[in-house]
Write a protein that binds this ligand. Sequence first.
Ligand SMILES: [Zn+2]
Ligand SMILES: [Zn+2]
Length: 199
Amino acid sequence: MFCIKCGRPASIGNFCSEHFLESRILFTLKDFSYIYCKLCGINEAALREKIEQSIKTGNTIISRKVFLKTVGNKVHVTMTAEGKIEGVKKTETHKSLVILRQQMCDMHVKLSGGYYEAMIQVRGPEKDAILRKVRQAIPEKAVSSVEEIKEGYNVKILRKSNAAAAAKALRERFSVKESYKVGGSKKGQMVYRNYYAVR
Ligand SMILES: [Zn+2]
Ligand SMILES: [Zn+2]
């Protein structure tokens, strides 16, 4: 058997190993759209993972290098991968395009509407120490607003779970009194807000 392309002895099917590789594709890349929240920013690790998932191949990929170049709302992807096609090593480089699309995440939609599920009412002479502790316990993104009033601070918090975690940390040093108030209704159900008075 000889290679049908160059006439040299064939090693795989009708091809020499060079022309066998030339006739086979190691992998392809798919273009896709990536939705992100402008206020949260693009999570590059998550984007890179999506790019890794956009590889289409029936072969074994051994290693890959990915380069990204962002121009406007497009990310130009260049991937060089080494792999094996029926036991023969091959390296290929392919390009693809990721279109970036903006969409506010649920949390930021709620935050921009002034939504909150819990409030920490910071009071008393140690109010600044308490506020520092609240800020340590809750991710900045989860704080809806901090309002300074005569008696101290009212900290509005998006999620009850974040407020509960902060209350737990505050109880180590301060007095925390918990209460509930009706904060409106959602789909016909009463919604309760959690209040923590801390001093
Ligand atoms: Zn050949
Ligand atoms: Zn967001």
